[in-house]
Structure formats: C-alpha cells, structure tokens
Design a protein around this ligand. Structure first.
Ligand code: HPA
Ligand code: ZN
Length: 326
C-alpha cells in the first residue's frame, strides 16, 4: 500500500471548510442557469482561470461574486450535498463547516432559506453517508460590529441548529477585538467559538483571538510562528489549529509548498489539523492537501496519522465519540 492510498483510507474530520468555498464551477453554472442569473464568465474553464490570487482579498472578491447565484433553499441543499458526496470519497467521517450568512442576507436571501437548505443536506449526509457534523456560523469581519449583532439576531430562531461561531473575510485591519462583545454574547448562548487569526494578520491577532475572544479553536494561525512565546502557549494549552496548505499556497501565505510550516508546527507540539478551506477555489479537498504535503515535505505515515487523529481531537465531538475515532 503506498502512502497516498493510506492517507486516503484514514478516517478524517474536516474542521475548516467554508461551504460557499466548495462551490464547483459546474454547479455554479447550473444554478445560475436555473435562477436566470448572468455569470461574468462564458465557460467553466474561463471561470477556473480566474482562480489566480495574489492575496486573501483577491480571492474574497471572486468568492463573494460566486455565491451571488445562490438563492433558493434547493441551491443551498445542492451546494452542501455536493460537498458531502465529494468528501465521503476522501473518507471524511465528520465535518464542522462554516457558512457566511451575511454573504446571503445582504443580497436579500432570508437567513432561514440559507440555513434550512444547508441543514437538510447535513442531515441527509448523516443518515445516508454516515458523516456526522457541526455547523458554524461565521461573521464577516470587514462588516461592522452592528452588522454582526444583526446577524446574530437573525440566527436566534435557529440556534438549536448552530454549534458555534467563526470570524472570516479580510483579516488585516479587522482585528478580533472588533467583535469582542459579539463573542461574549455568543459565549453566553453556549456556542463554541472559533476565529480566523494569523493567516495574513500578525501574531498579535492570534493573542487577541485567544485572550479577548476566548476562542476554543484557531483557524489558520500560521503567523503564530513569528512569536516563540505564543507557540509555547498554544502547545501548552493544546489549542487546535486548523491549517490549510493548498489555501496557504493559493493565497501566497506561503510562497512554495516546500516551505509550508506544517512539519515545524508538529515538531513544536502544536495540535495541528489539515483542512481544505475553500476546495473549489484552492485546487483540492482534504486528501489533496495530504498529497500536497507528501509531495512537498515528504510527509511520512506517522505525521499523516497524527494529523488525522488531531482532526478528531480538535473537533467539537463528545469525548466518547473522539475516542471511538482514535
Ligand atoms: N480567510 C478568510 N476568509 C475566508 C477564507 C479564508 O481563508 N475563506 C473564506 N473566507
Ligand atoms: Zn477559512
């Protein structure tokens, strides 16, 4: 059995996945057609060619444009179901997915439409594919605190379907502390807390996510390595980091996969996990990320097994379920 085959067979959890970022061009064209919406690209190939980014904002501009075709509950169902069928092939057994309600409600799509469609597919994924799930609502950090509170109000009737909250979009200039009060309220509501930090922003933003937002898990966190004291703190606390190598390469967070910090992170004792972030835009799903690290860093079986194990340890599953996967 070769290494790729072994990585593919390992049971895995995916903890950093934006469902809107799993929107494959073929499905985007199909939904655009049925909703009679124009896409500013003639073909699937032309659209894929536009997926060439030099930073996070380049990507976000096209990511928000892509999600504009989503309108009906069926659209959100189809989007989510396509992702689940795809990762079932990668032997992903548990997913904790983000959705960006403000990217939809801003355009007049009701919150209820978005969450009902996503949730129906997740429920079908559980019953038909055996994939368990958690759902994480993310706030767009380039929007105001008031907008985030408004989003939380709209979410209130659906809190029984929401396991946690996250923070994504343009990081630089939008530090975690901008959302300190929203996070405090969400903590009071019993929600799990995660936030993107240290993707493009500095290690200071990671400290703020920990100390001010009091996150239960960190998304990306690459720039933590700039601060040795922070690395020790993260390792001591066994704080889970959801790292996304193909994303890092596409958004120029790393210039060459051979320089990806995954091995260094493992060596420093960090609880790192491997994830796809926005697989349709970044060129691969979870197993492609394992493969990319194998090709670039010669990642060995022990490292891959550790990452797969960490994906369950870092999840919001119950301890008894986590033990079942170890
Ligand atoms: N970073 C910030 N915002 C995002 C990302 C990301 O990697 N993906 C989707 N929204
Ligand atoms: Zn992300």
């Amino acid at each position: 059995i070769d290494a790729y085959e072994l990585f593919a067979k390992l049971p895995k959890a995916e903890l950093h996945l934006h469902i809107e970022g799993s929107f494959e061009p073929e499905l985007m064209f199909e939904i655009a057609r049925r909703n009679e919406i124009d896409i500013p690209f003639a073909t699937v190939e032309e659209l894929r060619k536009a997926y060439d980014f030099s930073n996070l904002q380049d990507f976000l501009d096209i990511y928000y444009q892509g999600m504009n075709v989503l309108q009906t509950e069926q659209d959100y169902y189809d989007l989510t179901w396509a992702y689940l069928e795809r990762v079932n092939e990668d032997n992903v057994r548990h997913v904790e997915i983000f959705f960006d309600p403000q990217g939809h409600t801003e355009r007049g799509v009701p919150f209820e439409t978005v969450i009902t469609g996503i949730r129906a597919a997740l429920e079908d994924g559980k019953s038909q594919l055996g994939i368990s799930y958690k759902l994480i609502m993310s706030f767009l950090r380039h929007l105001s605190e008031e907008d985030a509170f408004d989003c939380l109000e709209q979410a209130k009737p659906f809190l029984k379907w929401i396991d946690g909250i996250g923070l994504d979009s343009s990081e630089k200039g939008n530090p975690p502390e901008k959302f300190a009060r929203v996070y405090e309220d969400c903590r009071g509501l019993g929600l799990k807390l995660v936030a993107h930090a240290g993707e493009e922003g500095p290690a200071d933003y990671v400290w703020s996510a920990l100390n001010i937002l009091k996150v239960d898990r960190l998304d990306h966190g690459n720039r933590s390595l700039d601060d040795p004291e922070l690395v020790v703190h993260l390792a001591d606390r066994q704080m889970a980091l959801t790292v996304c190598p193909l994303s890092n390469l596409k958004l120029c967070v790393v210039q060459d996969m051979k320089n990806h910090p995954m091995r260094v992170m493992l060596e420093k004792g960090l609880l790192v996990t491997l994830n796809s972030d926005d697989p349709s835009y970044f060129g691969g799903y979870v197993n492609d990320n394992f493969k990319a690290l194998h090709d670039a860093l010669d990642m060995c079986v022990e490292e891959a097994v550790a990452l797969a194990k960490n994906s369950f340890t870092g999840s919001f599953l119950e301890a008894s379920d986590i033990r079942g996967w170890h």
